[in-house]
Design a protein around this ligand. Structure first.
Ligand code: SAM
Length: 361
């Protein structure tokens, strides 16, 4: 079942923050804004891949918290929505673990979809593990699931590879989208995180597999014995419809990135896609860094890349956009989507880091 043709939505920002049962109804709460100040017309709702039409929608509700976080986005002060869906007693029993997908419509055009799950059976990891992978968990998990569905065209029966999967943050949301015909493979260099993911995710979703590889990384695994340049992904050629790396190229050196791109091109099926986040250095981001805007001063040169910290270069690594895109082109990976991020204090953005969608020719 395919929810959406991959398309570029209108530039919007939002989340579906809450999905809960209350007094015999399903309550969906979140917020959404259009960067182009378009008025929200309505919201489409899918639950467990079914269209839902019987609901009450309240929108443009006050949102001082969103305004505080995003003071420059028009309409951020009235961005909240609340949807109330009556449930039959049978639905109240059945809907646990259901994926909810909402699409905001602005003058008939779709904005970015927002996803979440009702009563997730997978628990969230400890704060220590969440901090290890960047400090956020389910909001990032569902943001990226939404990008996979809408911008990459991921289908439930697809096979996906999560390179540098950490604690399985993205597996957490994908588990509610991929069907038993689809499958998830993830590997990482942090053993304790992989153990958690195996015991909490693979135990519930047997088509989700995690592997640990003892690769050296100064920041994440300083005791590692294997060099990433010597590591061959443990998968046959042409195995996956999607390979993704969230916040991984932002911690790898140039030679490692090129080697991983070789491996990604090898394991992708023809026409398969790769989503990778990165810090792209171009005139706009470089000017922002030079003015001290944004959290990462990725300005210290280091063998074909730039870092924010010469003592711990892996803390945040950025690449000249033209150089990185050239490496991708050389491996028959065409850029089919480019989404700039908020990291360098942009006023209009999609996610925090930049991300690219590549297609294997
Ligand atoms: C910021 S975390 C992101 C984790 C995960 N992708 C996510 O979004 O939750 C970066 C991850 O990259 C992993 N990592 C670092 N070097 C790696 C390498 N050479 N191969 C695979 N994973 C690596 C780290 O162990 C860490 O889990």
């Amino acid at each position: 079942m395919k929810f959406f043709k991959p398309t570029d939505p209108l530039p919007t920002l939002g989340r579906l923050e809450k999905v809960a049962k209350e007094n015999g109804a399903l309550i969906l709460e979140g917020w959404v804004v259009s960067f182009e100040s378009k008025p929200l017309e309505t919201i489409q709702v899918y639950i467990a891949a079914k269209d839902v039409t019987n609901f009450e929608l309240a929108s443009t509700l006050p949102s001082p918290d969103i305004k505080k976080n995003y003071p420059n986005i028009p309409g951020a002060d009235k961005a909240r929505y609340r949807i109330k869906i009556p449930l039959t007693p049978q639905q109240q029993q059945q809907l646990k673990n259901s994926l909810v997908v909402v699409t905001p419509l602005f003058q008939g055009q779709a904005g970015g979809i927002m996803t979440n799950v009702l009563e997730s059976s997978i628990p969230t990891p400890s704060q220590e593990y969440i901090k290890f992978v960047g400090g956020h968990f389910s909001d990032v998990a569902f943001d990226f699931l939404s990008y996979f569905i809408q911008r990459v065209g991921l289908e439930p029966g697809d096979k996906v590879l999560d390179v540098g999967c950490g604690v399985g943050r993205l597996a957490y949301s994908l588990a509610y989208y991929l069907s038993p015909q689809g499958g998830y493979e993830g590997f990482d260099i942090a053993e304790k995180l992989i153990k958690w993911a195996e015991s909490e995710i693979s135990s519930r979703f047997p088509n989700f597999n995690f592997q640990v590889v003892n690769i050296y990384n100064q920041m994440y695994n300083p005791e590692g014995k294997i060099q990433s340049l010597d590591f061959v992904f443990p998968h046959p050629d042409k195995s996956f419809e999607l390979v993704f790396l969230t916040s991984v190229f932002t911690h790898l050196r140039a030679k490692e990135v090129r080697h991983y791109l070789d491996e990604i091109a090898r394991v992708l099926k023809p026409g398969g896609r790769c989503l990778c986040t990165c810090f792209l250095l171009n005139p706009e981001s470089e000017a922002a860094i030079a003015k001290g805007r944004g959290a990462h001063k990725i300005a210290h040169p280091l063998e074909e890349c730039y870092t924010s910290n010469l003592q711990m270069p892996e803390a945040a690594i950025g690449y000249k956009e033209s150089l990185l895109l050239g490496w991708m082109r050389e491996r028959s990976l065409s850029v089919v989507g480019k989404y700039y991020g908020q990291w360098c204090a942009r006023n209009k953005f999609t996610s925090y880091q930049d991300f690219l969608v590549l297609q294997k020719n």
